[in-house]
Design a protein. Structure first.
Ligand code: SF4
Ligand code: SF4
Length: 276
């Protein structure tokens, strides 16, 4: 089973939820927030191995090019232009291979352009994966895809990027259940509504966890009630949580928070009818 943890905006406690759930369940954790991964700070995996991620980009043999411009016409990402000769803007290239396929003179070959890395390690028996996009690179998708290739039939918690960008959509592909983490404020509600719209369009069953809860009567609780959305649990607005977070401690190291996550897991099992 694949469970994605996402949030409409950053800083809502998405990584807190995903790392604590993964650890308590002792299941695979994947940090797909490849522009700013931080799950390893809490899970502290060991024996980390590194793997480069590259995309295949075109290399044009000028001697074979007949300037037909078919490669330029087919490129959906405006990565190729013709100014006396065919030129590539490599950071716009998505590595789709269409230009190579269409070239009538086989003037196009490919080379691998590195865009980031993935890391695989273990926290006790848990497999932990994370990826990082190189600075100045615009495309996180191939790194997320490479991370997700590791998923098999074992339960996996996927920590998505914040927001509802294409990186989130990529991380959500094939997931069985989604947990939306939010906070009980107008900002939290605004971004939650966008995340709910996305998740409903993708037809993924989901529930909500409300973080930094200080008052049961709040806009997010009311919205969830009105929209018939399962609230899987709440995390209190609590100084001790902030202190533990700032030290890179998992909340489940404290008995009362462990119980809180056990209750959330109980609720997830109940709505998904899965054992995890
Ligand atoms: S590989 Fe695809 S995206 Fe890259 S230049 Fe060719 S057609 Fe454009
Ligand atoms: S499709 Fe091939 S031959 Fe035509 S312009 Fe592009 S590289 Fe040159």
């Amino acid at each position: 089973m694949q469970i994605a943890v996402l949030s409409g905006k950053g800083g809502t406690g998405k990584t807190t939820v995903s790392t604590n759930l993964a650890k308590i369940l002792n299941v695979r954790y994947i940090d797909c927030d490849v522009e700013e991964p931080n799950g390893f700070i809490f899970l502290k995996p060991e024996n980390i191995t590194k793997e480069k991620v590259s995309i295949p980009v075109p290399k044009i043999d000028k001697s074979k090019c007949i300037h037909c411009k078919k490669c330029i016409e087919i490129c959906q990402f405006n990565a190729l232009v013709h100014i006396d000769e065919v030129m590539l803007f490599e950071k716009l290239c998505h590595g789709c291979g269409a230009c190579k396929t269409i070239c009538p003179t086989v003037a196009i070959t490919e080379y691998d352009r590195p865009i980031g890395e993935i890391y695989v390690g273990n926290s006790d028996e848990m497999e932990c994966l994370s990826g990082i996009l190189n600075v100045t690179e615009p495309m996180a998708g191939p790194i997320i895809s490479q991370l997700k290739k590791r998923i098999d039939n074992k339960t996996t918690i996927i920590d998505c990027s914040p927001g509802s960008s294409c990186n989130v959509v990529k991380a959500l592909l094939d997931v069985d259940y989604a947990i939306l983490v939010t906070e009980p404020t107008e900002f939290g509600l605004h971004d939650l509504e966008i995340a709910v719209e996305l998740i409903r369009k993708m037809n993924i069953p989901f529930g909500v966890i409300i973080n930094r809860m200080s008052n049961n009567k709040n806009v997010v609780s009311t919205y969830c009630l009105d929209e018939n959305i399962n609230v899987l649990g709440t995390i209190p607005y609590d100084k001790q949580i902030a202190i533990m977070y700032s030290k890179g401690d998992l909340l489940i190291n404290e008995e009362k928070y462990k119980q809180m996550f056990n209750n959330i897991i109980h609720n997830i099992k109940e709505v998904t009818q899965c054992n995890l």
